[in-house]
Ligand binder design. Structure first.
Ligand SMILES: Nc1ncnc2c1ncn2[C@@H]1O[C@H](COP(=O)(O)OP(=O)(O)OP(=O)(O)O)[C@@H](O)[C@H]1O
Ligand SMILES: [Mg+2]
Length: 328
C-alpha cells in the first residue's frame, strides 16, 4: 500500500446549509501517525469537517484526501481506511460491550469466529474485559467512550476521527480516554479529534487548527499557538493591595521598558522574553523593597488566552461577523 505523506489533506472546503455558511474554506494537513486537534466553539464547523472527511457529506467546494484517497471520488476506499467515533455514540445500550463489538465485527464482514476474537482483543486493549454481560447502557461515561473507541477500531483503521470524544465526561473518564488516544497514536494511527476543550487539544495534539465560523483562524503546535498569545509571563500576587503599584513597577522593570503590565486586585503580570532573568530580577527587587509576595511565577499562556487573542472573543462568544449561534 502506498504510504501517503499526509494522512489528511483538505483544501478550501466549503459547505453551506441554507443561509448558514458552515465552512467558508477550510485547509488542513495532518501528517501520518500524529494527533491533530480541531479546536473551536459550538457551531464553528468541526462536525461538518469530520462529516466531509468521513464521506458522510459532500462539500460544496474544495477537495480532501484521507489516507491517500479523494473523499468525493474514492469514497469507498476512504471508508475502508477510517474509523469514526461520532458526537453521538452508536453502541447498543441493551447489548454488552462484547456483544456490541461482535455485532460491529459481523457488520464489517468478519465471520463469527473472527468477530469474537477481535472483540476479545479489543476488550482487553481498552480495559473492558471485566465487564462481562453488563449492558453498555449501564457503563460509566468513560467506559462508554472506551467502548466507542474499541468499536471504531474493529478494522484497525489507519486514520481515526473522534468528534468531541470527552464532552460531558468527568475528569477521570476524560483522562482514561486521553490515555487510549495516546496509545492509538503510539501504535501508528493518525487521529483527528475535535474538541471545545483547549486543555484537551493542548494535552493530546501535536498540531492544532483553531476554527471559528467555518474558517481556520490559526494553526500550529500548541506551543507555537501559546507564544502567539504573548509568550511567557511573569505574574506576581501581593499580600497587601496597597503595595500593588510598587510591585507593578518592579514587574515592568524586570520585564523590560516596553512591557504592558496587566493587573487586577492583587496581582500584576507582564510578558517576558528573558524568562529566568526577569523572574530573578523581580524576586530580588520585590524582596529589596520589602513587598510581601503571596505568589510569583513564570506562566505560559493558556489556549483560552490564545483564543481571546485570535478572535477578540472568548470561545463560544460571538466574534465580529458571523453565522447563527447554535444553542448548547
Ligand atoms: N444538517 C444541517 N442543517 C443545517 N445546518 C447545519 C447542519 N449541520 C450543521 N449546520 C450548521 O453549520 C454550522 C456548523 O455546524 P457544526 O455542527 O459543524 O459545528 P460544530 O463545530 O461541530 O459545533 P458543536 O461544537 O456544537 O458540535 C452551524 O451553524 C450549524 O447550525
Ligand atoms: Mg459538532
Amino acid at each position: 500500500m502506498r504510504v501517503p505523506p499526509s494522512a489528511i489533506v483538505a483544501e478550501g472546503l466549503r459547505k453551506r446549509y441554507g443561509g448558514t455558511e458552515a465552512l467558508a474554506g477550510i485547509d488542513l494537513e495532518v501528517p501520518a501517525g500524529t494527533v491533530h486537534g480541531l479546536l473551536g466553539p459550538n457551531g464553528a464547523g468541526k462536525t461538518t469537517v469530520v462529516r466531509i472527511l468521513t464521506t458522510l457529506v459532500r462539500p460544496d467546494g474544495g477537495r480532501a484526501e484521507v489516507a491517500g484517497h479523494d473523499v468525493a471520488r474514492e469514497a469507498a476506499r476512504v471508508r475502508a481506511r477510517i474509523g469514526l467515533v461520532g458526537q453521538n455514540a452508536a453502541v447498543d445500550e441493551v447489548l454488552s460491550g462484547r456483544q456490541n463489538l461482535v455485532m460491529f465485527g459481523r457488520l464489517y464482514g468478519l465471520d463469527a469466529r473472527a468477530a469474537r476474537l477481535r472483540a476479545d482483543g479489543l476488550l482487553d486493549r481498552f480495559r473492558l474485559t471485566g465487564t462481562g454481560g453488563t449492558p453498555a447502557g449501564k457503563y460509566s461515561g468513560g467506559m462508554r467512550r472506551r467502548l466507542d473507541l474499541a468499536a471504531s477500531m474493529i478494522l484497525a483503521p489507519p486514520v481515526l476521527f473522534l468528534d468531541e470524544p470527552t464532552t460531558g465526561l468527568d475528569p477521570r473518564s476524560r483522562a482514561e480516554v486521553w490515555d487510549e488516544v495516546r496509545a492509538l497514536a503510539r501504535g501508528g494511527t493518525t487521529v483527528l479529534l475535535t474538541t471545545q476543550y483547549l486543555e484537551e487539544a493542548d494535552r493530546l495534539a501535536e498540531g492544532i487548527s483553531v476554527i471559528d465560523h467555518g474558517r481556520v483562524i490559526a494553526t500550529g503546535t500548541p506551543e507555537a499557538l501559546k507564544s502567539r498569545a504573548g509568550g511567557d509571563r511573569v505574574d506576581v500576587v501581593v499580600r497587601d493591595a496597597a503595595r500593588l503599584d510598587e510591585a507593578a513597577a518592579i514587574v515592568a522593570r524586570a520585564a523590560g521598558v516596553h512591557a504592558a503590565v496587566d493587573r487586577d486586585a492583587l496581582s500584576a503580570g507582564a510578558p517576558v522574553t528573558d524568562r529566568v532573568g526577569a523572574l530573578t530580577e523581580a524576586v530580588r527587587a520585590l524582596d529589596e523593597a520589602g513587598i510581601a509576595v503571596a505568589d510569583i511565577g513564570l506562566r505560559r499562556p493558556t489556549l483560552d488566552e490564545v483564543f481571546l487573542r485570535l478572535t477578540g472573543a472568548g470561545p463560544g462568544e460571538p466574534a465580529a461577523a458571523g453565522t447563527a449561534e447554535v444553542p448548547a
